[in-house]
Design a protein around this ligand. Sequence first.
Ligand code: 13P
Ligand code: SF4
Length: 352
Amino acid sequence: APSDPDLVERAKRAKAALGDRVFVLGHHYQRDEVIQFADVTGDSFKLAREAAARPDAEYIVFCGVHFMAESADILTSDTQRVVLPDLAAGCSMADMAALVQVEKAWEHFAALGIAGDVVPVTYMNSTADIKGFVGRNDGVVCTSSNAETALRWSFERGSKVFFLPDQHLGRNTAVLKMGMSLDDCVLYDPHKPGGGLTDQQLRDAKMILWRGHCSVHGRFTLASVEDVRARVPGVNVLVHPECRHEVVTAADHVGSTEYIIKMIEAAPAGSAWAVGTELNLVRRLALAHPDKQIMFLDRNVCYCSTMNRIDLPHLVWALEELVAGRVPNEITVDADTAHYARVALDRMLALP
Ligand code: 13P
Ligand code: SF4
């Protein structure tokens, strides 16, 4: 639906009044009505770099989800204020790993005598607490665009990786990019005693995967891929690495949201693409490339409901509050957590 013209006008006015004092970041999964006001759009990696590269902006308005805004707060200076237009914009995957659970697993590794061999790696899609844990324990953050590089860095420092919280990104990267076997990977279930694993399994594993996943990407199945291949001969299947292993294995291409966009932009006219990622992005790609046949990988998969919480009314409210001299929905990470989370984020930003 087209945006409410009154709200569009108010957003324009508020942004103009704030000028360079505000910088609006928009993740690729955001709604069109929000994306039109983003000063820059990107995947999680690009947005983290962009936030760190704006020292002059007094306010960073993050149109994305909570863990991204936390990372922006960690990477910006103490005087810069980060605003999340709706505090309910969380991420179910990030919520699947709580610090107490992760510390318990780590104590378990220590009791087994393997903690010294394990490098913790967390996907960007995790809370600041988890990034802090990883920073404290000589690990690194990764995103879907540098997971392979982060794993290579980690295996130069230890013989095992403890990968948080997305089992799929961990498994897909280990098996499809690093040449490991599925047997090298074990799944650590925080709700089971000992993670649901035997001591021997933990000793033998190269990748200890946390039992977390994305509720949106987890819904694409092998049947989604088989079905589109049957319906659309010659279709290219392009998916995000948060999809299940069998989906990624059956796909033709896999990569972050930024990679997906670049693939579609470079695709020849007339080619057909079934894209397995969030719907706002796929719809925008289809509209931007009418000369290509771009479809959603599975018609039963929906938006990321938390990404979608950021809508134009929330953005307008946040901007107008800033104009009025108030800072709404400020995201702040405590100094100690921020320090160690920054260590892990800086290691990521310094990866080759
Ligand atoms: P990227 O944009 O880094 O590919 O991440 C996708 C995602 O799920 C963000 O929540
Ligand atoms: Fe989290 Fe998945 Fe939504 Fe990304 S798409 S914010 S991983 S629930």
